[in-house]
Design a protein around this ligand. Structure first.
Ligand SMILES: NC(=O)c1ccc[n+]([C@@H]2O[C@H](COP(=O)([O-])OP(=O)(O)OC[C@H]3O[C@@H](n4cnc5c(N)ncnc54)[C@H](O)[C@@H]3O)[C@@H](O)[C@H]2O)c1
Length: 431
């Protein structure tokens, strides 16, 4: 029997290394078709999973019922697997350079467990070449095995979109790749167990890596264009969303909007490409310009609001501003790499008092990462209210809701254009 047949027959086990937004949904889907070892280094999260809950709050509890999965941090358990899938974070460091520490550390764990005949598939987003240049040599070194001969490897990027239930793992076509034809066939067969629309077989591991990174780079550059347009239109006194509604009636006008680009995908992945291009002596211009524009938006919004408060004859020192939304995007609890903090820091630089609310974010996490105490409810009157994240809970708020918390000449700052054409009494500004 080949590896995929063994997995289907539960004669071989799959392991998923890194049980976060990507790894846990994948592990849980497999756990209803195969025998799974879920490996992570975060013991407190493992305990939450053992209790049948998703620490990221993306999965329903039902998926844990009757799942064939062992949650563990033990290499002895990991060693029992034959098909290893690595889904650990690939962040950037403070200089916007790829930080491969989690990826290489997970690779070390796998390398110590590899046996002849095993498979290793990477899911983490990386620059093209990372799997074969950085990870596979480490697997070979630690296992003493030869890649492509003693063990096989592949790459299969994830496309999930936290916070939405439409493009989930089981109903979204997935790219797979392998180090040779046999590996490609086996990796495809394993993923086809859980991906209903099937898989796309990429030409090579590098092609699959490149495909993933450009999915997010394309979005980043397009959003940057919208952000730059919003700066220009702001100077012209026209609303960007009004312009986009008009332009969007053309059949081939692309559907992108201005906004903050946070999180650990769109705002991070292009830096991996920028890094790799620089290594190959090409200095990216368009991609880097997109990053620059998007990374500047928090500061831009902050300054814009400060200027408006001043324009109504109010002092800025000790002005009060309410920020609604702290997560990196709508309807998720994840606050990592949230660009809302850039707006808040800009306000603080001017001596503004800032209150922050968010129904989705965990107050303890916000305190830990940003030193901000989330309020349960706004209190008192504010000179400006900034709706920074388009949470569902905010979408239907009427103007009266904001009016009750607004001082004279109060401003509603609608970063995502949720209340366009609905605000009559407050001063209104959106990107
Ligand atoms: N979140 C997304 O929307 C998304 C979408 C597509 C691709 N990706 C990519 O998938 C990868 C994983 O992202 P994520 O959002 O799931 O990350 P995450 O931070 O949610 O989860 C990663 C998990 O890996 C664990 N981990 C870290 N180092 C480890 C190690 N050495 N050994 C074992 N476990 C370890 C952490 O404890 C955590 O539970 C990244 O490369 C990311 O770019 C993410």
């Amino acid at each position: 029997m080949n590896i995929s047949e063994k997995i289907k027959a539960k004669d071989a086990q799959i392991s998923v290394i890194g049980l976060g937004y990507v790894g846990l949904p994948l592990a849980m889907e497999f756990a209803h078709k195969a025998s799974v070892i879920g490996f992570d280094i975060n013991e407190s999260n493992l305990n939450v999973m053992r209790a049948g809950k998703d620490p990221c709050r993306e999965l329903d509890d039902e998926i844990f019922v009757n799942a064939d999965i062992l949650f563990t941090s033990s290499l002895d358990d990991l060693r029992k697997a034959s098909f290893f899938i690595v889904a650990v974070p690939t962040p950037i460091d403070e200089h916007n350079m790829p930080d491969l520490k989690p990826l290489l550390s997970a690779t070390e764990s796998v390398g110590r467990c590899l046996k002849p005949g095993d498979y290793v598939v990477y899911e983490s987003t990386v620059y093209p070449g990372c799997t074969e240049e950085d990870c596979v040599p480490l697997l070979e070194k630690l296992s003493g095995l030869k890649a492509g001969v003693d063990f096989k490897y592949g790459y299969s990027p994830e496309r999930i979109n936290p916070g939405e239930k439409v493009h989930t793992l089981p109903n979204t076509k997935k790219i797979v790749s392998g180090c040779d034809d046999e590996a490609l066939a086996q990796v495809a067969a394993v993923y086809e167990m859980v991906v209903n629309p099937g898989v796309f077989r990429a030409q090579s591991v590098k092609v699959a890596e490149a495909a993933k990174i450009i999915e997010n780079t394309q979005r980043d550059v397009n959003i940057a264009l919208m952000n730059e347009l919003s700066i220009i239109f702001g100077r012209m006194g026209i609303n960007t969303y009004d312009v986009l509604a008009a332009a969007g009636t053309k059949w081939n006008f692309l559907n992108f909007y201005p906004g903050l680009v946070g999180g650990h995908c769109i705002g991070v992945d292009p830096y991996y490409l920028v890094y790799k291009a620089a290594e190959l002596k090409y200095h990216t211009q368009l991609i880097s310009a997109g990053r620059f524009v998007n990374d500047s938006m928090g500061g831009y919004i902050g300054k814009k609001v400060v200027k408006q408060i001043l324009s109504y004859g109010k002092p800025i020192l000790n002005a009060r501003i309410l920020v609604m939304g702290m997560t990196f995007k709508e309807n998720v609890s994840d606050i990592r790499n949230s660009k809302v903090i850039d707006i808040i820091n800009e306000f603080k630089d001017y001596g503004v008092t800032v209150d922050v609310v968010d129904p989705y974010a965990d107050p303890a996490q916000v305190e830990k990462f940003y030193g901000i105490s989330l309020l349960k409810e706004p209190h008192g009157k504010y000179d400006a209210i900034v709706v920074a994240v388009a949470h569902n809970a905010y979408e239907k708020l009427p103007e009266d809701y904001f009016l009750q918390y607004s001082s004279d000449d109060g401003i509603l700052v609608d970063v995502k254009g949720l209340y366009r054409n609905k605000i009559q009494k407050l001063h209104y500004w959106s990107l």
